[in-house]
Each structure stands twice: as C-alpha cells, then as structure tokens.
Design a protein around this ligand. Structure first.
Ligand SMILES: Cc1cc2nc3c(=O)[nH]c(=O)nc-3n(C[C@H](O)[C@H](O)[C@H](O)COP(=O)(O)OP(=O)(O)OC[C@H]3O[C@@H](n4cnc5c(N)ncnc54)[C@H](O)[C@@H]3O)c2cc1C
Length: 371
C-alpha cells in the first residue's frame, strides 16, 4: 500500500461523513459514495443525544464543537413514564445531564458543510465490491472504480460487510411504527411529552414520543409480532398498518391511543441486530464502521455515538504511520466497545416491551436519575 492510499467510504450517514471529515483534516483525499440522490431525499429520522466520551468527543476532534453546541438542545434531556391508563409515574426534567440532543438532519448538515466540495458523490448506490490487485473495485451502475482502501459505512444492510463476515442482522421480535407530530397541530402530544422523551409501557406494548427541534415530535408505537408479520407490514401501506397497531392498543388510555390514531404514520421499523460481539478476521484494505459493523436496536441510545467514535478511532489508525496493523487494532477495540452497547440494547428492548415493562423502565429511570 502506498503512503497516500486512495480511500473510498461507502455511505454518508453520521459515521461515514465524520470519517471523511477527519481524514480530510489529516490531509487525506477521500471520496464518499452515497446512494441518496441528494441530502434532502429522505427524512433522516429523529433526535439523537450525543454522549460526552464518544459523540461529543468526536465532534470536538473534528473541530465542530462550536457548531454542535450552537445547534444542540440541552434542555430536551428529560424523561417521563406513563402507565397504559395514562397515569404519570415518573417525571424527571433532565437538567444538568450531559447528553444534549440534536436533530439528525442538523447533524448531517454540520458534517456536510465541513467537507471539501465534491467529496460526496450523491446518487451512487454501490452494487458490489470486488478484490482487485492489492486493492478493491467499487462497482456503481456497472462501472468499476479502483481504490487502495474501502470503508463500509453503509449501515445495517451493508454491501461491504459480506466481504468480511457471514453475519446478517436478525429480527429481535419487536417492531416500531414511526409517527410524526407537529407541535402546533398536536398540543396534547406536546403536553404529554414534556422536555425530552416519554415512554408509556406495559403488556408487551410501548409508546414513545421524543421532542425534536423546529416544533416537531417523533413517536413510536412498539409491539411484539412475528417476523413474517413484520415483513408483511413493511410491504403494506403504512395507513393500513396504523389500523392494526391501533387495534393492538385497545384498552389503553384514549390520550395514548390518540398518538397512534392522529400522528403522521411514517414507517414500519422491525428491530434487527447483528450478533452481540460481532467481529471478523481482518482483511487488508477493507473494514467497517458504525451500523455496518454492529447494528443494534436503538434501546441503548448508543448507535450514533458508536458510529462517531468508530470514525475517530479509524481515522487515527488510517492517519498513523503504522499501516494496516493500526486498523486491525481499531477493529478489535471497536468490536469490544460495541459488544457492551449491543448487550445493553438487547436487554433494553427485552425489558421495554415486556409484560413487566412499567416496573423495569421505572427502575432504570430511577437509577439514572440518581447517577
Ligand atoms: C428508529 C430508530 C431510532 C434511533 N434512535 C437513536 C438514538 O436515539 N440514538 C442513537 O445513538 N442512535 C439511534 N438510532 C441508531 C442510529 O440511527 C444509527 O446507529 C446511526 O445512524 C448509524 O450511523 P451509520 O453512519 O453507521 O449508518 P447510517 O446512519 O445507517 O448511514 C448509512 C448510509 O449509507 C447509505 N448507504 C446504504 N447502502 C448504500 C450503498 N449500497 N451505496 C451507497 N450508500 C449506501 C445510506 O443511504 C445511509 O446514508 C436509531 C435508529 C432507528 C432505526
């Protein structure tokens, strides 16, 4: 491998964009292939909280701390918990916590603005990666481009991962219907949510709302269904899924059922995860970061934080004079760190959508409030 290898990053989520930024800061040329046609093609999803030692640290390393602080919402770290009858059983405003929220779109815009013009090749869905000499061919639209190093930052269903591992994400038994609310049109959802996030839990069902920026609230209705049903729901019009989900919440308080009935139904999201502790035998010139390496359910709140921390550690390895041995060490440390979060996510999902979810979530919140 040359001292200034050509580098392709596949995927322009938070992990891939951050890696591109850090490599450019270190003086490396990099091309990032993203399948979306442009930055606004797809709704990017809800609010993310960045943790001090991972997400926030990486923003600092990337020289983007000022932009992050200006855009973040430290006032939105509260937690509320309701039972299925609509009684408030826990309310903590979260003031003083160090996990400020930021909308995913805003984070993406900050990262995009930090890249050299032309870095992101929009509308570039990678079809295949093939070994070529000492490097790799990236195939888009039937045409191959050659690189010394390819990084898979292409999320849960990565096209890069099969070159390193046979593992694929497995359904975890629960599915979320994603909902959107405009605060002005839904003052009752505004009032239920408070300053941050609310859970309503019980009887193997879960409702979540989470405050986003710009007068929006994101919601999720979660329940346990077989994988075949989840796949069917994904292929159905989302309005038809809403009716089925609403029927599953029969008996819940009217103000909670109204969340499902009145929100904009956005997407069906089956929860999937790679095996806890997923790792692979290193292969020179190709590696993974973020969800491509360790997708897990969002119930640990670590996904974006891990993706950003992976980008920081991988950039450091790629910029070191040591060569691929440093990347091999990155892979081992990244897999160890992700395994802890993946265990937490699996446990979080198991407890949050369970027959005893109210007691489990309450205990978790009380411990966190005291910490
Ligand atoms: C409902 C939900 C809620 C979540 N909530 C939270 C939360 O509160 N906190 C948190 O930390 N995490 C949360 N997560 C997880 C978090 O979104 C992910 O961990 C994080 O986005 C991973 O970043 P990434 O860059 O690795 O991958 P992604 O964000 O998945 O980005 C991958 C990118 O690759 C592109 N791509 C895919 N295939 C190709 C291809 N073949 N060619 C070119 N481009 C391709 C995609 O278009 C995408 O832009 C949540 C996830 C979900 C589903």
């Amino acid at each position: 491998m040359t001292t200034n290898p050509s580098i392709a990053i596949i995927g322009g989520g938070p992990g891939g964009l951050m890696l591109a930024r850090l490599l450019q800061q270190g003086g490396r040329a990099v091309i990032l292939f993203e399948r979306d046609a442009h930055a606004g093609e797809r709704a990017q999803g809800g609010s993310l909280d960045l943790h001090a030692e991972t997400g926030q640290r990486t923003m600092r390393l990337a020289g983007l701390e000022v932009e992050f602080i200006a855009a973040a919402r430290p006032e939105d770290q509260g937690d509320r918990l309701y039972d299925s009858a609509g009684a408030l059983v826990f309310d903590h405003d979260g003031a003083g916590h160090d996990r400020p929220e930021i909308d995913r779109t805003v984070l993406r815009d900050i990262l995009l603005a930090a890249l050299a013009p032309g870095t992101v090749r929009w509308g570039s869905p990678v079809e295949a990666i093939r070994p070529w000499g000492d490097g790799w061919e990236v195939v888009i639209d039937g045409a191959a481009q050659r690189f010394d190093i390819v990084i898979g930052a292409d999320g849960a269903w990565s096209r890069v991962r099969p070159l390193l591992s046979d593992a694929t994400p497995v359904y975890e038994g629960a599915t979320l219907l994603e909902l959107g609310f405009d605060v002005e049109r839904h003052p009752q959802v505004d009032a239920l949510t408070g300053h941050g996030k609310m859970f309503a839990a019980g009887d193997n069902r879960l409702l979540i709302t989470q405050r986003n920026g710009a007068g929006h609230i994101r919601g999720y209705a979660g329940l346990r269904i077989p994988e075949a049903t989840a796949r069917t729901w994904q292929s159905m019009p989302v309005e038809a899924v809403r009716a089925q989900v609403l029927a599953e919440f029969a008996g819940w308080a009217p103000q909670l059922r109204a969340l499902i009935a009145e929100g904009d139904a956005l997407a069906v999201r089956p929860m999937t995860a790679l095996p806890i502790g997923h790792r692979w035998t290193t292969r020179r010139g190709i590696t993974l970061l973020g969800d491509a390496a360790h997708v897990m359910s969002p119930f640990s709140g670590e996904g974006v934080n891990l993706a950003l921390a992976d980008a920081a550690d991988l950039a450091e390895a790629l910029l070191s004079a040591e060569g691929w041995a440093a990347v091999t060490r990155y892979e081992a440390a990244m897999a160890d760190r992700a395994a802890i979060a993946a265990k937490g996510a699996a446990e979080g999902l198991r407890l949050s959508i369970s027959s005893d979810a109210l007691g489990s979530v309450l205990e978790h919140y009380r411990e966190r409030a005291l910490a």
